[in-house]
Design a protein around this ligand. Structure first.
Ligand SMILES: [Zn+2]
Length: 263
């Protein structure tokens, strides 16, 4: 079976840039993890996960390179990555200015965001893991500010894409989530909430796109790739879907970005 890959078509002409939002299609994992699970932390067979990384890297032009991941905590810690490593530490966003460093984010409903910029001085890549807690903390906005202050790259030079995540069709939330989001983000959050028959649904991608725009990323440079995770069981892992089905855990899909070259 072929791998499931979503990409931003406009980005494919950028020399040296590699990016992709992978789904669960293809892969070596079985059972509840069936497909291209890339998490070693969910109880899957580590041999299958290793093989999944190999298959993914071969298909995506990263053979022989490392995909740097972090221990995601639903927080707002941003990690600068200077060289390829296996584990960048605890955090929910990573930024690199080094070629040959591919940054990866693992999700199963949360929003994976990948960003890049190329100016005459430098090439930059970043990933963000945004669930509702990271969104409440404004992680997307903080990452853009970090890129400006620490890396000297302006927000208006950034291009960002938000990958497959649970959509407003499926993401029902309670006041424990909607109240703090509205308190924190007010007018920015309101258009991302859908109310129907006494229920409230959240469009996490839309809210994160609004936060990126508020941080100065040009709206025409913010893209979206891939469908709702929960609506697409063949293509994508969805933690909420599987937990409603009574399955204790499921796999995680990978999203990545980086620049080819020697670190
Ligand atoms: Zn859906």
């Amino acid at each position: 079976m072929e791998l499931t890959v979503y990409q931003v078509p406009d980005w494919e002409s950028e020399p040296g840039l590699r990016h992709g939002f992978l789904g669960r299609g293809g892969g070596n994992s079985r059972g509840a993890y069936a497909g291209l699970n890339v998490s070693f932390g969910v109880g899957d067979n580590p041999r299958a996960v290793k093989d999944n990384y190999c298959d993914m890297k071969r298909a995506m032009g990263m053979a022989g390179a490392r995909m740097v991941t972090m221990r995601q905590r639903h927080g707002d810690t941003i990690i600068d990555v200077a060289e390829p490593c296996k584990d960048a530490g605890e955090g929910d966003a990573m930024v690199t200015g080094a070629p040959g460093v591919f940054l990866g984010v693992l999700t199963a409903d949360c929003v994976p965001i990948v960003c890049w910029a190329r100016t005459s001085q430098r090439r930059l890549a970043a990933v963000i893991h945004a669930g509702w807690r990271g969104t409440l903390a404004g992680l997307a906005m903080k990452t853009v500010r970090h890129i400006e202050s620490r890396h000297g790259t302006r927000a208006r030079d950034l291009r960002c894409a938000l990958g497959p995540a649970i959509g407003p069709c499926c993401y029902e939330i309670g006041p424990d989530v909607s109240d703090p989001l509205l308190r924190e983000w007010g007018d920015k959050a309101e258009p991302s909430l859908r109310r129907e028959e006494g229920k409230t649904y959240l469009d996490l991608r839309r809210l994160n796109a609004a936060l990126l725009a508020a941080a100065g990323v040009r709206e025409e440079r913010i893209a979206s790739a891939g469908p709702c995770t929960r609506c697409n069981p063949t293509e994508l892992y969805s933690y909420r879907r599987e937990s409603r089905n009574g399955v204790r855990n499921t796999g995680r899909q990978a999203s990545f970005i980086g620049w080819a070259g020697t670190p």
